[in-house]
Design a binder for this molecule. Structure first.
Ligand SMILES: Nc1ncnc2c1ncn2[C@@H]1O[C@H](COP(=O)(O)OP(=O)(O)OP(=O)(O)O)[C@@H](O)[C@H]1O
Length: 601
C-alpha cells in the first residue's frame, strides 16, 4: 500500500536527483515535481489506492504554473520583469479583482430547495422526491387517474419541456404528494390546481415507474395533409398540451411511443416544446368519422377506374378560334428570332377549365380526383436539394379561373423563352393549315390519345367540342430533357398525378387579392369564357374567383409549396421568378418516397 512505500527511497528517484541539470532542491521546484510524478506513475500503474488522486493533483496545469512563478521569483528577484510582476500582484485593483472572483466562486447559485420531509415511510427506497423550479414555461407533463387503482399517474412527459429536461419525471410515475399535499383521492384537475398555484420550487413525492419506456426512435418529418385544432378536439387528453397545425405544415415527430397521441413540433419553431398531435392511425379514424358524418354527395369521385370519371362536357356556345383571333400572344421575339410558345390556346384552356355554368366539375383522371379526406393524414418528407446536373423540377401553377395563372406564366416565359417553357399539349382535333405538328399541339388519333390516358401518360386531359385535349408526361419530359424549366398550369385535382419522383413538381398557388383590390386592378382585364371572347370582369366573376380560391386552398393547400397573391402583375411575376429559382437551387421538403424508394409511382 502507499504508506509502506516511501517515495524518496526509490533508486530511480535517487538517480534523477543526482542529475547535473538540477540546480538545487530548493530552486528546482518544478523539476522536483516532475521527478515525483515519474515516481508516482509507477504506483499509478499498479493501481495503488489514492495515488491516482495525488498524481492528478500534482500534474494539474495550475500547480505547475504556480511552481514556475515561484521559481522565477526566487531565481531573479531583482530583474525588471519580476519587479513589475510583484508590483502588479500587489496593486489594489488586482487584489480587488481576485477578491471579487473568490466571492463569486464561493457563492452557491443553485436554487434553495426545501428540506426533505422527516416522515419518509417504511418503503422509503421505492419513493423519489423530485424538486422542479417552475419558471414561466409550463412543466411539460400531463397526469391522469389510473382506471383501475385510481392513482394519479404521470401520463406523459412532453419532449423538450421542463420535466423532460430535468430527466426526473417519467410517464407511469405515481404521484404521492405535491408540495406536501397528499394527492390520494384527488381528481387530476385538483392536482393541476395545486400546481397552478405553486410558485418557484415544486416538490413531488412519487413512486417511480418500474419499467421506464426505452425510446429508440428516430426523428421523423411529415407534411400535415389535414388540419388539427386541439381546442376543438374533445378527445385530446390535455388540450393545452396539443399542437395545432394547418394543412401543409411540416412537423418534426419526436415521440411515437403512444399509439394514439404523438409528440411533435413545427419545423418553423424547433426551439419550442413539443405538443400532442393525433397519431396517423387516430387522425385517419377522425377523418373517416368526419367523412361519414357529411351529407351524401353523389359527385364526389370515389371510383378507381379512369373510365368512370373522365371528361367534362362543354355546354355549347363556345367557338374554337385560331391563335390569331385569340388575345393571347403565343410568340416571343428573343435575340432576333421568334420563339413560339405552346399551351396557351383558348381551346386547350377551355377544355381543362371548370365550366362557368352550374354543372359540377369532374376533372381529368380519376385517381387524382379521388384525393379525399380519407387519404393519409401525414406524408413523410425529407429535405431535398436538386444537384446542378439533375433535371429541373417541374413548376406547376394552380389557381382559380381568371386569377391570372396564364398571364403570369406567359410573362415568366417571356423573360427568357429559351430557359422557361410550356409543355406542348396533345389533341385529337385536326391540324389546321397554319399549324405545325409539335408546335401548337401534338396531333394524335383518338385511339392514341386514349391509349396514353390508359397508360397513365396524361397529367390532365379533357374534352372540348368533341375533341380531346391534354398535357402529357412525355411533353413535360421533353422540355426537362433539354435542360429547361417546364412551367405548366394544372387544375388542382391533377396535382396528385404530377407528384412523382421523376417530375418532383414545385406547386405554386396563384391567389386572388381582395375584392376591393381586384375591382381596381382588373378594370381593363378580359377573361375567356365559354360564350364570349374578351369579356370584362363583373363583380360576380371576381366573387366566384375568391370563393373558388378559398375552396382550392381548403382542399389542396397541403400540396402548395408557395402561395403568390396576384395583386400587382409585375410584382407577382417577380415573386414567381424568385420562387422558381428557389425551387431549383435551394433545399425544399419533398415526399420521402421521391428520394428514398426506387419503385416510384
Ligand atoms: N395582376 C393583374 N392585374 C391586372 N390584370 C390582370 C392581372 N393578372 C391577370 N390579369 C388579367 O386578367 C385576365 C385573366 O387572366 P388569365 O387569362 O391569365 O387568367 P387565368 O387564370 O389563366 O384564367 P383561365 O384559365 O380561366 O384563362 C387577363 O386579361 C389578364 O391580363
Amino acid at each position: 500500500m502507499i504508506q509502506s512505500e516511501k517515495i524518496g527511497e526509490s533508486p530511480r528517484m535517487k538517480e534523477k536527483v543526482e542529475m547535473p541539470a538540477v540546480r538545487s532542491p530548493e530552486n528546482g521546484l518544478s523539476h522536483i515535481l516532475t521527478l515525483v510524478l515519474q515516481e508516482l506513475s509507477l504506483f499509478y500503474k499498479r493501481d495503488v489506492n489514492g495515488v491516482g488522486v495525488l498524481y492528478d493533483l500534482l500534474r494539474s496545469p495550475w500547480l505547475q504554473a504556480l511552481l514556475k512563478v515561484v521559481e522565477l521569483l526566487r531565481e531573479a528577484p531583482q530583474s525588471t520583469q519580476i519587479r513589475e510582476l510583484r508590483r502588479l500582484l500587489r496593486a489594489p485593483h488586482f487584489k480587488a479583482l481576485l477578491s471579487a472572483h473568490d466571492t463569486v466562486a464561493q457563492k452557491d447559485f443553485e436554487p434553495i430547495l426545501p428540506p426533505l420531509p422527516d416522515n419518509i415511510p417504511e418503503n422509503e427506497e421505492a419513493m423519489r422526491i423530485v424538486c422542479l423550479v417552475k419558471n414561466k414555461q409550463a412543466l411539460g407533463a400531463t397526469i391522469k387517474r389510473h382506471e383501475i387503482t385510481g392513482d394519479i399517474m404521470v401520463a406523459r412527459v412532453i419532449s423538450g419541456g421542463l420535466a423532460d429536461r430535468s430527466g426526473l419525471l417519467y410517464a407511469g410515475d405515481k404521484l404521492v404528494e405535491v408540495n406536501g399535499v397528499p394527492v390520494e383521492g384527488l381528481e387530476p384537475e385538483q392536482v393541476i390546481h395545486i400546481l397552478a398555484l405553486s410558485q418557484g420550487t415544486i416538490m413531488f413525492k412519487l413512486i417511480p415507474v418500474s419499467d421506464r419506456p426505452v425510446s429508440n426512435q428516430t426523428t421523423l418529418y411529415v407534411r400535415a395533409m389535414a388540419e388539427y385544432w386541439p381546442l376543438q378536439d374533445p378527445a385530446i387528453p390535455c388540450a393545452d398540451a396539443g399542437l395545432p397545425f394547418k394543412k401543409g405544415d411540416i412537423l418534426q415527430i419526436v415521440d411515437q411511443n403512444d399509439a394514439i397521441w404523438w409528440q411533435a413540433r413545427k419545423v418553423s419553431d424547433l426551439s419550442a416544446c413539443a405538443g400532442l398531435i393525433p397519431s396517423n392511425h387516430l387522425l385517419k379514424r377522425k377523418q373517416r368519422e368526419f367523412w361519414w358524418s357529411q351529407p351524401f354527395q353523389p359527385h364526389i369521385c370515389l371510383k378507381s377506374t379512369i373510365c368512370e370519371c373522365i371528361i367534362f362536357k362543354c355546354q355549347g356556345g363556345c367557338r374554337e378560334t385560331s391563335p390569331l383571333a385569340c388575345n393571347n400572344k403565343e410568340e416571343f421575339s428573343g435575340s432576333g428570332h421568334r420563339v413560339f410558345i405552346a399551351g396557351f390556346r383558348r381551346s386547350m384552356r377551355l377544355c381543362r377549365r371548370k365550366s362557368h355554368n352550374s354543372q359540377p366539375p369532374c376533372y381529368a383522371r380519376c385517381p387524382s380526383s379521388c384525393y379525399s379526406t380519407v387519404a393519409a393524414p401525414y406524408e413523410e418528407v425529407v429535405r431535398y436539394q436538386r444537384h446542378p446536373g439533375d433535371r429541373n423540377r417541374l413548376i406547376v401553377l394552380v389557381g382559380p379561373s381568371g386569377v391570372g395563372v396564364n398571364e403570369i406564366r406567359r410573362q415568366l416565359i417571356g423573360i427568357n423563352p429559351h430557359h422557361f417553357q410550356s409543355a406542348v399539349p396533345h389533341t385529337t382535333r385536326a391540324q389546321k393549315s397554319y399549324e405545325e405538328n409539335g408546335r401548337e399541339y401534338h396531333y394524335v388519333s383518338k385511339e392514341t390519345f386514349e391509349n396514353m390516358v390508359y397508360s397513365h401518360r396524361m397529367l390532365e386531359y379533357g374534352e372540348y367540342k368533341g375533341h380531346l385535349y391534354g398535357t402529357s408526361v412525355d411533353a413535360v419530359r421533353t422540355v426537362l430533357d433539354e435542360g429547361k424549366i417546364c412551367v405548366v398550369d394544372l387544375e388542382p385535382q391533377s396535382i396528385q398525378v404530377a407528384r412523382t419522383h421523376e417530375l418532383k413538381p414545385y406547386i405554386i398557388f396563384i391567389k386572388p387579392s381582395s375584392m376591393s383590390c381586384m375591382k381596381q386592378s382588373r378594370k381593363n382585364a378580359r377573361m375567356i369564357t365559354n360564350y364570349y371572347v374578351n369579356m370584362k370582369f363583373k363583380e360576380e366573376d371576381l366573387q366566384e374567383m375568391e370563393d373558388s380560391a378559398k375552396k382550392m386552398e381548403a382542399q389542396f393547400g397541403q400540396f402548395f409549396d408557395q402561395v403568390i397573391v396576384n395583386d400587382n402583375l409585375q410584382e407577382a411575376c417577380m415573386q414567381l421568378l424568385t420562387a422558381v429559382r428557389r425551387a431549383q437551387d435551394e433545399p425544399q421538403w419533398v415526399p420521402a418516397t421521391w428520394i428514398c424508394s426506387d419503385t416510384q409511382p
